[in-house]
Design a protein. Structure first.
Lengths: 310, 431
């Protein structure tokens, strides 16, 4: 027999929580080997009753799959492209140049006394990450129909991996930001410590929105057509091209209802050592968490029918 | 003994037509939302206005640890739905199932393979998708590669693999899963004979190691060899549950209703897929005999008409003839036909005829399984029990022997006997 006897002692067994001892395969007999079965079933399969639990433990068990799917997305993204990862730089960089020309120079859009190119780039960096996150995760389930109909795993992993894979692009584009900051002589202060928090917030918001869209996309393919449109409109109501201060104070609060406002302004404060608008950041955090919780439960409720309708 | 799998009155309902109208648009839903209350007012009984089908109906059974169970039944009997419910891909509509061990399901080999990634990368990806931990894959990596016999191509993207190499790699990963409960669909329906044999061997090893296996197959020989027990599903219900030999025998007996011709006039509903649809299959005696008169001496033609829907596909039919024990007697395809073999087929209606000579088959019931093959290697469509027919004993060939001639075939082979040397002295020894 060409099989190693057993994998007792491997990490698989070590993390296995139920009291199960697996007999080491010995003779090729048909004798039923005595299993010590757990008293309670490991898995109970029954029709779902509407709003269920999030089953976070199940998600934790499959964390390695999240890693592998992210890794696959990263590996595959720039395969068979001539420019490769350069695309991660070209996208925000060229957009920044065009914005600088049209909005910074020609239209004279203010930029809170920060040189317009770096002002725009600092906004485009999180925006590009966010828009890629919702667009990639929004289409991720439909693109993984073959997995969904053939294998079980928590479906949340699919949009989750799509969001995480965008972090690589973010990191590459971030290098350009650092170079621009050196070029413009920006001095970094303690406020930069908020940067990772803001990045986490962006990712969570991207996941919240993307996950919900991906589940909706399984049922209604309209999402695929609506997505580019939504993203475009969303950018114009976020302070990417212009600062929040560009709007008259009476209507500025409207902008804060958009969670990306607090986040993008936050990135600028963090990078350029400005005062944070904590109210706006708090509003963004609350909206982000609310969106994430709502979309997780909706996703869990809808995922039961994915395999049947995808 | 306490069961490791307990299935209790599991049913699964599907909406008919849900496959064609796969997903609605938002507009439909809005229209539906407006229409539905009106509709409900109109028909007071509250019945929904679409038809449903029960893919599984009150299915209950238990599996003891270490048991290997074969699930058999015709296409559409609910076998795959049962496996999908047990592997948690889809939820049952009613009922409940309890699993007292880790499950891995193998409904398809190579799930999640990415064509751009190398063999090495796909081993990790596919392993993770099937539920293996990274450390587990690491420890079995060399073994998987050796089983697949692909050492030299590990760093080649799998899109450059031949379909045979692809299958070998995919099965190598899958066969190294070590769950307590293994759920396997007809993964052996594809691939060449040698590969199938290797897979069956591996399945046997898994079974002998004390794992619980649920195995869906159309290969009755495999079910009889691998499983102690079989469950026969028909239209979503269990017809029989018992020892594999007995259930397989009654399944084959029940499915021996002759089918000498099958016709589908509508290419949208005929069996097939987006590439090929079947129009007609028939068995045609060549000597003005009726079907009831086909004997071991009778030559006959098997005719198949099909629509090719994808221009320039390199297609060929391949048929497997099974006898009443479920053993394949032969597999044949038009490999020696120069006109079409290996050439692209334009879209259109085709007829393929296979001539079966007389004096070849033994008497008994035979069934034809049809495969449609693309590029001589990829089975794109399969249909079981397309034709079922009876071959009778012939008076001329029976001779004085009244028992059944044994053997899968009954060829008439030339024999010659001659007297080498006459020796009368031998006669005297008798007394």
């Amino acid at each position: 027999m060409d099989i190693i006897p057993s994998n007792i002692g491997s990490s698989l067994e070590a993390t296995h929580s139920h009291p199960q001892t697996r007999p080491i395969a010995n003779e090729a007999t048909h004798s039923r080997q005595e299993h010590l079965l757990p008293d309670k079933p490991l898995v109970t399969i029954e029709p779902g009753k509407g709003w269920g639990s999030l089953e976070l433990r199940d998600l934790w068990t499959y964390r390695e799959l999240l890693y592998f799917l992210t890794w696959r997305d990263v590996k595959v993204r720039y395969k068979q492209t001539a420019l490769g990862v350069a695309w991660a730089i070209i996208q925000p960089l060229v957009t920044m140049l065009i914005f600088t020309l049209f909005f910074g120079r020609l239209a004279g859009v203010p930029s809170d006394n920060i040189p317009y190119p770096i002002f725009a780039y600092a906004g485009l960096l999180p925006w590009t990450f966010f828009s890629n996150a919702i667009s990639n995760s929004g289409n991720s389930l439909v693109g993984s129909a073959n997995l969904i109909t053939k294998v079980y795993f928590p479906r949340m992993i699919i949009p989750g991996a799509a969001v995480l894979a965008g972090l690589v692009d973010f990191a590459i584009a971030f290098v350009i930001l650092v170079l621009l900051m050196i070029y413009y002589g920006v001095i970094v202060t303690w406020t930069v410590l908020m940067f990772p928090v803001l990045l986490l917030l962006t990712a969570l918001l991207g996941l919240g929105v993307g996950m919900w869209l991906s589940a909706l996309n399984v049922k209604y393919r309209d999402v695929r057509f609506a997505l580019p449109f939504i993203i475009q409109l969303w950018m114009f109501v976020s302070p990417v091209i212009y600062p929040a201060s560009f709007l008259p104070p009476q209507v500025r609060w409207l902008l804060w209802l958009n969670p990306m406002t607090g986040i993008i302004e936050g990135y600028r404060s963090s990078l350029f050592g400005r005062q944070f608008n904590w109210t706006a950041l708090a509003a963004s955090t609350v909206i982000t968490l609310a969106a994430l919780i709502y979309s997780s439960f909706t996703f869990r409720r809808m995922e039961k029918t994915f395999a049947d309708i995808i | 003994m306490k069961p490791i799998v307990r299935v209790d009155k599991v049913s699964k309902q599907y909406r008919i037509g849900a496959r064609e109208a796969r997903y609605g648009t938002l507009r439909d839903s809005i229209a539906e939302a407006v229409r539905a209350p009106l509709e409900r007012l109109r028909r007071r009984n509250g019945k929904r206005n679409y038809e449903t089908i029960w893919a599984l109906k009150d299915v209950s059974f238990e599996v003891a640890p270490g048991e290997v169970i074969g699930v058999i039944g015709r296409n559409g009997a609910g076998k795959s739905t049962l496996l999908k419910v047990l592997s948690r891909i889809t939820e049952p509509t009613t009922g409940r199932a309890e699993l007292y061990g880790r499950v891995a399901s193998l409904l398809e080999v190579g799930t999640g393979f990415h064509p751009e990634l190398t063999g090495r990368e796909n081993i990790y990806l596919n392993g993770a998708i099937l539920g293996m931990r990274k450390a587990e894959i690491n420890s079995k990596f060399d073994e998987i590669v050796a089983f697949a016999e692909l050492e030299k191509f590990l760093d080649t993207p799998v899109k450059r693999y031949s379909s045979g190499m692809y299958m070998r790699l995919a099965f190598a990963v899958a066969s190294h899963l070590e769950p307590e409960i293994l759920v396997v669909d007809e993964v052996l329906a594809v691939g060449d004979a040698q590969f199938q044999k290797k897979c069956l061997g591996k399945m046997g090893d898994v079974a002998r190691k004390g794992r619980t296996v649920l195995f869906v197959s159309h290969n009755m020989t495999a079910v009889q060899n691998l499983c102690q027990r079989a469950v026969w599903l028909k239209e979503g219900e269990i017809v029989e549950d018992g020892s594999a030999g007995r259930v397989v025998a009654s399944y084959l007996k029940a499915n021996s209703v002759p089918a000498h011709e099958q016709i589908w006039e509508d290419p949208t509903t005929a069996p097939g897929n987006e590439s090929v649809r079947l129009r007609r299959a028939s068995i045609k005696p060549l000597k003005q005999e009726s079907f009831d008169m086909l004997t071991v001496r009778s030559p006959f033609d098997l005719e198949f008409e099909f629509w090719n829907l994808q221009p320039n596909a390199r297609l060929n039919l391949s048929i497997v003839l099974y006898n009443e024990e479920g053993a394949p007697v032969f597999n044949t395809g038009p490999a020696d036909e120069p006109k079409w073999h290996g050439h692209p087929f334009p879209a259109g209606l085709f007829r393929s005829v296979c001539h079966v000579p007389g004096n070849l088959l033994n008497d008994g019931t035979y069934r034809i399984q049809l495969h449609v093959v693309r590029d001589e290697s990829v089975v794109i469509f399969r249909l079981d029990d397309l034709l079922v027919f009876e071959i009778h004993e012939s008076v001329e060939r029976r001779g004085a022997w009244f028992g059944k001639w044994i053997g899968a075939v009954r060829p008439s082979l030339p024999w010659s006997t001659e007297l080498i040397e006459a020796d009368t002295a031998l006669v005297g020894d008798e007394d």
